[in-house]
Design a protein around this ligand. Structure first.
Ligand SMILES: NC(=O)c1ccc[n+]([C@@H]2O[C@H](COP(=O)([O-])OP(=O)(O)OC[C@H]3O[C@@H](n4cnc5c(N)ncnc54)[C@H](OP(=O)(O)O)[C@@H]3O)[C@@H](O)[C@H]2O)c1
Length: 284
């Protein structure tokens, strides 16, 4: 076992005699992106493919998946596999991970990007609302991670460490709350702690588990806000950068957390929000 791998009996100072700049390239790696058919998930998949990874894209709508895969192939030259799967069904989630790994012969990167939001006053939520939001935003994330861990911990030994990179697509709801999205906030709060729990447990397998917390991005999910001029002004008013995020704004964080450059980063959340959280929500 090398010094960089650590080990119970190895208490020497890890070797760092020669500075090596880690690469941000992902050539030869295989990635699975749930929610990869559109919006932030597609943006993250494009970033991974531009950095050299082959990708598998999962979501429910096969038509959107086919379009997304075509975009990946056309603009990056990388391979793109379409995986129709419903994240609210655990068996489909497990099968999605196994199919991606079998197709590419390995799985190096898992992005848990599928997510939903149901906006209601908390007094109006039903048990069915609770079950749906938790199933897609939290339960599916756990079982995708669990299945990916089974694959990742068996691969790469002696060839390359770490063996896997997991990125959970979180939210500023990791830190703050706004009215009428209690179930979403609760599910993302769970994701934040799950990210830490898996990171500390799977460090021994050299699997990194991190999260990205986007601020306000203009996607299908947030179109009702940003396509209304009044709501647009109030949403953007608290973003120091002065505009909503777009999917490519997540590219840098995604490639960093998927690459060797983040090998010693785990259990963390990288906030990508144009300064919103730092501003405390105060209009500039
Ligand atoms: N937009 C923002 O401002 C923002 C901010 C913070 C965090 N986020 C997070 O970013 C993620 C993506 O959001 P987005 O804004 O890109 O939303 P979006 O455009 O609505 O995309 C959601 C993605 O999740 C998939 N999905 C939804 N339900 C699914 C299910 N039951 N099974 C499988 N896939 C499912 C969708 O595909 P199908 O509908 O075809 O299944 C789609 O690919 C979410 O986790 C969201 O919480 C977004």
């Amino acid at each position: 076992m090398s010094a960089s791998q650590g080990g119970e009996s190895d208490r020497r100072r890890p070797a760092d005699d020669e500075f090596v700049m880690p690469s941000l390239r992902l050539d030869g790696r295989a990635a699975l992106v749930s929610g990869g058919s559109r919006g932030l998930g597609l943006g993250m998949a494009l970033a991974l493919a531009h950095a050299g990874a082959d990708v598998a894209l999962a979501a429910r709508s096969t038509g959107q998946l086919e379009e997304a895969a075509d975009l990946v192939r056309r603009t990056t030259g990388r391979r793109a596999l379409v995986l129709p799967a419903d994240a609210s069904r655990v068996e489909e989630v497990r099968s999605m991970v196994k199919t991606a790994a079998a197709h590419y012969g390995r799985l190096d990167i898992l992005v848990n990007g599928a997510g939903i939001n149901i906006r209601k006053p908390s007094t109006a939520y039903t048990e069915a609302d609770w079950d749906e939001v938790m199933a897609v935003n939290l339960k599916s994330v756990f079982f995708a991670c669990q299945t990916a861990c089974e694959v990742m911990r068996e691969q790469g030994s002696g060839v390359r460490l770490p063996q896997g990179k997991i990125i959970n697509l979180g939210s500023l709801s990791f830190e703050i709350a706004v009215p009428n999205v209690a179930l979403y906030v609760a599910s993302k709060g769970g994701m934040r702690q799950l990210t830490k729990a898996l990171a500390v447990e799977w460090a021994k397998y050299r699997i990194n588990v991190n999260a990205i917390a986007p601020g306000r991005f203009w996607t299908v999910m947030t179109d009702p806000v940003f396509s209304d001029p009044e709501l647009y002004d109030s949403a953007v008013g608290v973003i120091p950068w002065g505009r909503p995020g777009v999917p490519s704004d997540l590219a840098g964080a995604t490639v960093l957390l998927a690459s060797d450059a983040s090998d010693y980063i785990t259990g963390q959340t990288l906030v990508v929000d144009g300064g919103w959280l730092a501003s405390g929500g105060v209009k500039g």
